[in-house]
Design a protein around this ligand. Structure first.
Ligand SMILES: *Cc1c(COP(=O)(O)O)cnc(C)c1O
Length: 389
């Protein structure tokens, strides 16, 4: 039991709103809903259950352990049909779990094939192609040798082929087109050997929101497969930031799913010239009312927000005053009338007509909203709520 009031509300209706919006955008392609890294900090069990029960065909997880949790959660929700992709490869000893729990691993290293073949029973895999990300995936020049090895192992069934774009939000650069044309070549090589993948997938939220996703559908169709796009961030209500062209429409219709909240734990008034917090980095320039919040960097509130970020209380913005501590943060509520002990405070989300999106914190500390959301610590309870839009 925890009574320290620090929690993240996850809106079911907003998650489903975003999922529906993305499904409507992906006219010619299926979606793989990315729920890796604990659903970007939103809680992968509850989010996966909701998405699977609402018709998601595929869920993408980080690894086998997360996949096993997601499989059990979906079974509990009566969504046994959902396919689960373990996007981070196949580690030694994981093939048995992949078979037992029906989780499809992404493979690109020969050791992955050896691990998969080791269990001696039929197993579906998705092959990742490195078309320019230089991260996961078989390099183009190594593809024939890899396919030799794959085809020497008849119990392995190539169910899908995928690649990942490194700059899909750059609308005026040649990178994505170059990667896509290498992917087309890879598909010709693969299917030219008589392999018949059912799924051909590429791209993320940006791919879905930007123009041009139809090319993927055409490629899949050419090989008798179904195209799939893998949105993550957009599911959780944040549009990628595009450069080199107009921001694609629909982005503004996404609704942030997570609201991070706490309550006022203590109040005090300090005189002009007094300081607050470690190293006295906040000095009152006037009589100042401080509200103490029971949340700190150990909860994932980035310490670089010290004296820079703001929270919402009483429908107003209240600046963070002084250094964020491990478990505590002070905010300046001098200009917020009537703040009382126990008042609800919003760290990320909306209150009245004010909002602190994850982008605001990300910009202040020089990162991306993904990291802000993923860093909300596990000790912050995730609470599913059903509030309307
Ligand atoms: C994380 C990830 C995605 C989702 O990316 P978003 O930018 O969150 O939409 C898609 N594909 C792969 C391979 C990923 O690792």
């Amino acid at each position: 039991m925890t009574c320290r009031p620090v929690w993240a509300e996850i809106s079911r209706s907003k998650l489903l709103h975003n999922f529906d919006l993305l499904r409507r955008l992906a006219t010619a392609a299926e979606l793989l809903a990315v729920v890796k890294a604990d659903a970007y900090g939103h809680g992968t069990v509850a989010c996966s259950q909701l998405l699977a029960a609402s018709g998601a065909k595929w869920l993408g997880v980080t690894d086998m352990a997360e996949g096993v949790r997601v499989r059990a959660a979906c079974a509990e929700a009566g969504a046994d049909e959902v396919a689960i992709l373990a996007m981070g490869g196949l580690w030694p000893g994981e093939a048995e779990a992949a078979l037992t729990h029906g989780i499809t691993p992404v493979v690109w290293e020969k050791v992955h094939l050896e691990e998969a073949a080791g269990v001696g029973r039929p197993m579906a895999v998705h092959l990742e192609i490195d078309t320019g990300m230089s991260r996961q995936g078989v390099r183009m020049e190594e593809l024939p040798a890899f396919l030799d090895k794959l085809q020497e192992t008849p119990q392995l069934r190539l169910d899908g082929v995928m690649t990942h774009f490194h700059s899909p939000e750059t609308l005026d650069g040649p990178a994505t087109a170059g990667q896509f044309s290498r992917f087309v070549t890879a598909m010709d090589t693969i299917c030219g050997r008589g392999l018949k993948p059912r799924w051909v997938h590429a791209g993320n939220s940006a791919t879905l929101l930007a123009p041009g996703a139809e090319a993927l559908a055409k490629l899949a169709e050419k090989h008798g497969a179904t195209a799939m796009i893998r949105p993550g961030l957009a599911l959780y209500g944040y549009a990628p930031r595009f450069t080199g062209g107009a921001q694609p429409k629909f982005g503004e219709d996404l609704k942030p799913v997570l609201a991070w909240k706490t309550r006022v734990a203590s109040l005090r008034t300090i005189a002009k010239g007094e300081t607050a917090g470690y190293c006295a980095t906040f000095r009152a320039e006037r009589t100042t009312r401080l509200a103490l919040l029971p949340v700190g960097y150990a909860d994932g509130l980035n310490r670089l927000l010290s004296n820079r970020g703001a929270v919402l209380v009483g429908g107003h913005r209240a600046p963070i005053a002084g250094r964020i501590s491990m478990d505590l943060t002070s905010v300046d509520v001098t200009d917020v009338p009537g703040v009382a002990m126990g008042d609800e405070v919003v760290l990320i989300g909306e209150q009245g007509s004010e909002a602190v999106p994850a982008y605001e914190q990300a910009d202040l500390v020089g990162t991306i909203p993904y990291e802000i959301l993923c860093n909300i610590n596990a000790r912050v309870a995730r609470v599913m709520v059903d509030q309307g839009l």
